[in-house]
Design a protein around this ligand. Sequence first.
Ligand code: PMV
Length: 315
Amino acid sequence: MPAITASAPGKIILFGEHAVVYGRPAIAVPVNQVAARAIAIAEPRQPSGTVIIQAPDISLESSLSDLPPDHPLAIAVISVLERLEITRPPAFTLRISSTIPVAAGLGSGAAVSVAIIRVVSAFLGRPLPNEQVSELAYEVEKRYHGTPSGIDNTVITYNMPVYFVRGQPVAIFHVARPFTIVIGDTGIKSPTATAVGDLRKFWQADPIPYERLFDQTGQIAEAARRLIESGRTAELAPLMQDNHRLLQEMGVSSPELDHLVQTAQASGALGAKLSGGGRGGNMIALVDPQQAESVAEALKLAGARSTIITKVGGI
Ligand code: PMV
């Protein structure tokens, strides 16, 4: 049997992170310059039920049965076996690799889960539809992120821009005019669960001001959707500034993120904000395509570990 491969892109949140955990809308788009990849290779000489997992990026080589059952890679594989009610799969090796930076707001965990769920279900001859792929990836996210909204597994599974409201069916929307985003990585690893958990404590202690910040964020995401659907992209810039300010007020920015956001603006970006869980990880800047390289260069000079230039919408 030939090897089977599946991959899943990274993602960025354009508007609405954190407030999305509290039921407000958010907009996320895939980033296809980076990806997680999973390959399943049949091992006909091994006894059935044998699953070998290789993840050279994290120096892991282990049989599934030797991995702790709460290991994220194990959970993803087991979730598929359980969903398909298969107890002894034909033996196979599962090789996982990813170019998505970890703990940086680019959805690396969800992308790895989606790639695994796709490849394992395809290898077993019963490829799962997107809805179920996303649902299983969400289960893995829940084990690792505490209270994830589900936006990462959704945008990564569908590989399309999504307007996401927790608990509602996925809404894919139309990007009327493609636009260019520069992503800058602070290089600071920041687990999303920590920022989400801290914000939850602030909110529990004093809900009213935080509810107001979440409402304002949700209104920005709604307005942004209308602008993107009608091709009025330049008008997204002030919304990015406003969204960043609200995230600062929520306490999830950091000096490094603020510095890169300011640098982007000073070097010709139309607008900029942090993206994802915050505290570290990535920021994004909306740019005219001809400014993309120079903004990326300025971000690097200002300390960005790496940059990615990506186009939203179009091909
Ligand atoms: O995975 P990240 O770092 O892009 O963060 C996800 C966005 C949050 O809104 C902060 C959390 C969530 O589950 O939606």
